[in-house]
Design a protein around this ligand. Structure first.
Ligand SMILES: [Ca+2]
Ligand SMILES: [Ca+2]
Ligand SMILES: [Ca+2]
Ligand SMILES: [Ca+2]
Ligand SMILES: [Zn+2]
Length: 423
């Protein structure tokens, strides 16, 4: 995680330096942030995921251990009533947080893209625990402010960690199929293994076969090859007897299509929900950002794909000032040099067009220079013991999509997998 911190530090320094001081040349002096905290006041092991209760406790411990460097506030409540925490980090003795250029960080607006939360928490922990020993970090916190919201979509992230559900959406109830019933037919873990996975059925001559190394993984057969399986969709039953399976689960919108800049209704932009900021979580974060006009740069952590993304997120390139693009390009490309297997991509050119996302709202409405960081990539596995890239496309097929998959470390593979089999 340290490399992410260095990359963020570089982004903070460069954005604030360029905007505040009008420097002509960008530098990479943020590399001075190298080094791990010694003897931390708050002991944390970074080998697991932390749920809402645990991360709340961690933030309170950091706040108690570093009262002079932190303040902790709830910036709003989620639909299910959990606090959306923001930890503000700066040296209060050198000036109020609001008087300094600031960098904003958040994680897990998409709830099943869970590990951005730990990256955001690690950033807070690293900054605080390094302050006394690391002159660069000390200078950073003496002159700049960090606002860190480790998790936006807490309700569904809790569901990910404690139930078989893997939800991108939040939990605000919605009638997805217009039958007058709300969230009446969610997916079910039929085989009781703790995961809701894709189901498969044995069919002679099917288009899929089991991966020889890991038979849970489905590999698409070559056109002239006879397979053994067909895919049936996710596990579940027809709870309401309407002939459709799992047609109306919890929520079922996309919180990252609910923001105010170029918002489009659901029939144009799927997942947009009813109107901009109709969701309590996006409204809370937007209100916070609007109130803190000292925020100059931002980073939102998603999963997956190993990408540093910038806007604009549709064909509206002229909304970004050329000077801003220069700075984003410099930081983004520097990030790809620092973080293995990452690519620097403009979203609508390199991925797909999006309306109403957080990233564009931050830039176009608020003048913040934002990045989206798509954590994790299968190519990291290919560098180790898992030789994925050698077999390339046939293995991963075309079904995996970025920003909607799960990391291997959760035990829920991002590759099509079928632990539930219909005989
Ligand atoms: Ca319904
Ligand atoms: Ca299951
Ligand atoms: Ca149904
Ligand atoms: Ca169901
Ligand atoms: Zn995402």
């Amino acid at each position: 995680m340290k490399k992410f911190l260095i990359y963020i530090a570089a982004a903070v320094l460069l954005i604030s330096g360029a905007v505040i001081k009008g420097q002509d040349k960008f530098t990479v002096s943020a590399l001075k942030a190298l080094g791990a905290p010694n003897n931390p006041r708050v002991q944390v092991t970074w080998d697991r995921f932390y749920d809402y209760g645990e991360l709340t406790s961690m933030l309170k411990k950091l706040n108690a251990a570093y009262p002079e460097l932190t303040s902790l506030e709830s910036i709003g409540k989620t639909y299910e009533g959990r606090d959306i925490w923001c930890i503000t980090i700066t040296n209060g003795k050198t000036g109020a947080a609001s008087d300094k250029p600031a960098y904003y960080i958040d994680g897990a607006i998409h709830a099943n893209e869970i590990q951005g939360v730990e990256v955001a928490l690690y950033t807070a922990w690293y900054l605080l625990e390094s302050y006394a020993q690391n002159p660069f970090v000390k200078n950073l916190l003496d002159t700049k402010t960090f606002y860190i919201v480790p998790v936006e979509n807490i309700d569904s992230r809790e569901a990910f960690l404690h139930t078989p559900q893997s939800l991108r959406t939040g939990k605000v109830p919605r009638d997805d199929d217009g039958d007058g019933l709300i969230d009446e037919d969610a997916a079910e873990d039929l085989n009781g293994d703790g995961f809701i996975t894709q189901m498969r059925i044995r069919v002679k001559g099917g288009r899929w076969k089991a991966d020889p190394e890991d038979p849970r993984i489905m590999v698409r057969c070559a056109p002239d090859e006879e397979g053994e399986f067909e895919l049936l969709g996710e596990e579940g039953i027809d709870n309401d007897g309407d002939g459709l399976i799992n047609e109306d689960g919890p929520g079922s919108y996309d919180p990252n299509r609910n923001w105010g800049w170029l918002w489009r209704p659901d029939y144009i932009q799927g997942g947009a929900d009813r109107y901009p900021f109709s969701l309590p979580e996006t409204k809370a974060v937007a209100d916070f950002l609007k109130k803190h006009t000292n925020i100059l740069g931002a980073e939102s952590y998603h999963n997956s794909g190993g990408m540093i993304l910038i806007g604009p997120n549709q064909n509206e390139e002229d909304i970004i000032y050329p000077r801003d693009i220069q700075l984003l390009d410099f930081i983004g490309q520097k990030g790809t040099e620092m973080i293995p297997y990452y690519r620097y991509i403009n979203t609508w050119k390199g991925l797909y067009p999006i309306y109403g996302d957080e990233n564009n709202f931050q830039y176009a409405d608020l003048g913040i220079l934002p990045f989206v960081n798509e954590l994790w990539t299968p190519r990291i596995c290919s560098a180790g013991r898992h030789p994925r890239t050698k077999r390339g496309k046939s293995r991963t097929s075309s079904i995996r999509s970025s920003c909607s998959t799960k990391p291997f470390s959760t035990g829920k593979s991002s590759i099509i997998h079928s632990t539930a089999e219909l005989k």
